[in-house]
Design a protein around this ligand. Structure first.
Ligand code: NAP
Length: 257
């Protein structure tokens, strides 16, 4: 049994705690930092084996594996005063901060980075971790599947790609707005798009064909789907997406501030 500690009790910590308490690791004790007090109290009241520490140092002192889940902007100030034990497993969820930087701030030698997404809550996440570390992989396997990555460039590419969630919903929002302009109401638009994209998600998950093959299979030659993607690409849609990914990559790789 491993005692898990979380410094920063926000959105991603809450999702992980809810997922863990429904997982094979449900009996592992969890200790939370006291901020945000309301969310920490809700989690401690809801789940057996979730406690709130007096402060951040008490989280470290009371856990074997510590997850760092504060925002990047405050991370250095939060972490520098803390004392980690030799050999303590530290897992940073902080976007765009390298293992070396975490070591410089904390003195911790055993640092792993991870990019969990909100799907940890339903134990359906695929979570890249860098570098591969068996104990950390065990935790994320319980929340879906760990994706151990040995190459930092590849890890940063996964991290950048995870930023597509907002763009995905933004794309649907744009389509729904257009549908509303044509006289449909917002609920009708969302319902139709949910069915369309839900079914496409199922195809993506279960159909082994390549993405170009899937696009071809869903685009009759000379038909409407072909027309829309051709216009999207010609108007710069594909280039904008590629540039956006490259820009986010620069940020997660620490090359841009
Ligand atoms: N959300 C995601 O899907 C996601 C995914 C992967 C990685 N991450 C990373 O995980 C980290 C947290 O993200 P989040 O979305 O969970 O952010 P969040 O909801 O803002 O949570 C951060 C928490 O840190 C707390 N905090 C602030 N100062 C603190 C201190 N001195 N000591 C202890 N806790 C303190 C905040 O408390 P107050 O509310 O009281 O200010 C807040 O509850 C970020 O570095 C982010 O890059 C997030």
């Amino acid at each position: 049994m491993t005692r898990l500690g979380f410094i920063g009790t926000g959105t991603i910590t809450a999702a992980m705690v809810r997922g863990l308490k429904a997982s094979l690791l449900a009996d592992w004790p969890i200790v939370l930092s006291p901020r945000n007090a309301t969310l920490a109290a809700e989690l401690a009241e809801t789940f057996v084996g979730v406690a709130i520490a007096a402060d951040n140092q008490a989280v470290i002192d009371g856990s074997d594996m510590v997850f760092l889940a504060v925002r990047p902007q405050v991370a250095e100030g939060v972490l520098r005063p803390l004392q980690f034990r030799d050999g303590q497993n530290v897992v940073s969820l902080i976007a765009g901060v390298s293992c070396d930087t975490i070591t410089a701030w904390t003195g911790a030698q055993q640092v792993t980075r991870a990019v969990p997404l909100p799907f940890v809550e339903t134990r359906a996440d695929v979570t890249p971790i860098y570098p591969p570390q068996a104990d950390v992989a065990n935790v994320f396997d319980a929340l879906g599947k760990a994706l151990p990555v040995a190459d930092l460039h590849a890890f940063d590419a996964y991290a950048a790609t995870s930023a597509l969630m907002g763009t995905y919903f933004g794309l649907l929002e744009t389509a729904a707005d257009w549908m509303v302009q044509q006289g449909l109401n917002g609920a009708e638009a969302k319902s139709y798009l949910a069915s369309l994209f839900g079914n496409l998600g199922d195809v993506l998950r279960h159909d082994a064909r390549t993405l170009p093959d899937l696009r071809a299979a869903h685009s009759t030659r000379g038909g409407l789907n072909e027309q829309l993607f051709t216009q999207f690409a010609a108007a710069g849609g594909s280039a904008a997406l590629t540039q956006g990914l490259a820009s986010v990559f620069q940020r997660v790789a620490g090359a841009a501030k």
